[in-house]
Design a binder for this molecule. Structure first.
Ligand SMILES: *[C@@H]1O[C@H](CO)[C@@H](O)[C@H](O)[C@H]1NC(C)=O
Ligand SMILES: *[C@@H]1O[C@H](CO)[C@@H](O)[C@H](O)[C@H]1NC(C)=O
Ligand SMILES: *[C@@H]1O[C@H](CO)[C@@H](O)[C@H](O)[C@H]1NC(C)=O
Length: 376
């Protein structure tokens, strides 16, 4: 009984184990044959300059032998930055071509990887190795020949005024040109309204740029002189961050019924969107009015207000000049005092008379009426 029973026990125990391992083995074979766990990077990454002063074209080819079967998608993750930047900018795309903005005075760095996901990867995202490329416009001229102190202000959202100074290495007879481009223009455009100093272009006024608002505006200031090459300056501007409004208008200070000072003004003229403005007076605010309490009234004799683009519309901007209104509450109070003093004096003297009369009347029944009357 015991001998017969003993052998089947290990056999019974082995059976489920071997079944399990069989299932596991099959699973491994199945997953390795049906599900991709690796994918190759894209090929042939190219960066080219279409001559738009900052935008570069990035192109690549799909990885070799890529299966784009049903329910399985191939995407690409492209990261790019200028050499020296800490952060990479990221774009996910199914396309094989991108156009992105760089600062052309620095090296452009780009990397792309393949992303595979779907039925073919058991819905797990599979990433390839990165493919890298860099680009740099041919360096021309010495660094010291680049224009200096270049800056721009977008006045009233109406016109852009950019100014610069000659580079340290500015050969005799040099002249400068400003070129610009933004998405929507077919090609670069040269400034048609230069600001000159002794016949040399030292600035430029650009009008009609509303199509360039909230976009990258690429600018290049280069120089030409007979034989010397000058280093071009590249800049990418965002107009809404360079806006400077005119000062607020119609600043009026008035006294309310509760004897508080009410300060009210209007947004500046020009094309600045009124909802994009904030003001600074006593504090920063988006409203176009405030009140100075009665208690604080005497401490204020002038009110000034200035405006700038608020952070609902831009990351930064320039303050307008101040609008100022001075008034003379104190003098009004002095006048009121002058009026009050005679009244108070009059009142008090008549009060004195009345009290004295009262005292005289009180005293008169007690005797010596003639004396007290003289005293009154
Ligand atoms: C302003 O630019 C638009 C295109 O952005 C153009 O159609 C229009 O003629 C320009 N206006 C002036 C006054 O230059
Ligand atoms: C300045 O840049 C513009 C735009 O890229 C170009 O057309 C022009 O030839 C350049 N001039 C010089 C002197 O480099
Ligand atoms: C009045 O002035 C004081 C001190 O300058 C300030 O703390 C207070 O907020 C002001 N009150 C009002 C109503 O402006």
């Amino acid at each position: 009984m015991l001998c017969r029973r003993a052998p089947p026990a290990p056999a019974m125990a082995l059976q489920p184990i071997s079944l399990l391992s069989l299932v596991l083995a099959w699973g491994c074979v199945a997953s390795s044959s049906l599900w991709h766990t690796a994918v190759a990077p894209p090929q042939d990454l190219q960066i080219t300059d279409p001559g738009l002063l900052g935008s570069l074209d990035i192109e690549w080819k799909p990885p070799p032998n890529i299966q784009t079967s049903n329910g399985c998608t191939v995407k690409y993750k492209c990261e790019y930055r200028n050499a020296g930047d800490r952060e990479w900018k990221v774009i996910f795309t199914r396309k094989l071509k991108l156009r992105v903005g760089f600062d052309l005075s620095r090296t452009a760095e780009v990397k792309v990887q393949t992303l595979l996901k779907g039925w073919c990867t058991n819905d797990v995202e599979v990433q390839s190795e990165w493919l890298y490329a860099t680009f740099r416009v041919p360096l021309q001229g010495k660094l010291e020949s680049e224009v200096q102190n270049f800056h721009c202000i977008y006045h009233d959202w109406e016109y852009l005024k950019c100014t610069w100074q000659p580079g340290l290495l500015a050969p005799r007879g040099v002249n400068y040109g400003l070129y610009y481009w933004y998405e929507g223009l077919e090609h670069t455009v040269q400034c048609d309204h230069y600001i000159q100093d002794h016949g040399v272009n030292m600035g430029c006024m650009l009008q009609n740029l509303s199509q360039a608002e909230y976009k990258d505006l690429s600018i290049c200031v280069n120089g030409s002189v007979a034989a010397t090459l000058l280093r071009p300056l590249y800049a990418t501007l965002r107009l809404h961050n360079l806006a400077k409004p005119s000062p607020p208008q119609q600043l009026v200070v008035s006294m309310s019924a509760a004897e508080e000072l009410r300060v009210v003004w209007s947004p500046p003229g020009g094309q600045t969107p009124p909802q994009c403005l904030e003001y600074e007076s006593v504090s920063t605010q988006v409203e176009t009015a405030f009140t100075i309490s009665r208690a604080n009234r005497s401490r204020v004799s002038c009110v000034r207000v200035r405006g700038r683009t608020n952070n609902f519309c831009a990351d930064e901007g320039f303050w307008s000049e101040w609008t100022q209104e001075c008034f003379s509450v104190s003098r009004k109070e002095v006048k009121q005092l002058f009026i009050l003093i005679p009244v108070i004096l009059g009142l008090s003297s008549s009060l004195l008379i009345f009290t004295l009369i009262g005292q005289c009347k009180k005293k008169s029944p007690a005797g010596k009426p003639s004396h007290t009357l003289v005293g009154c």
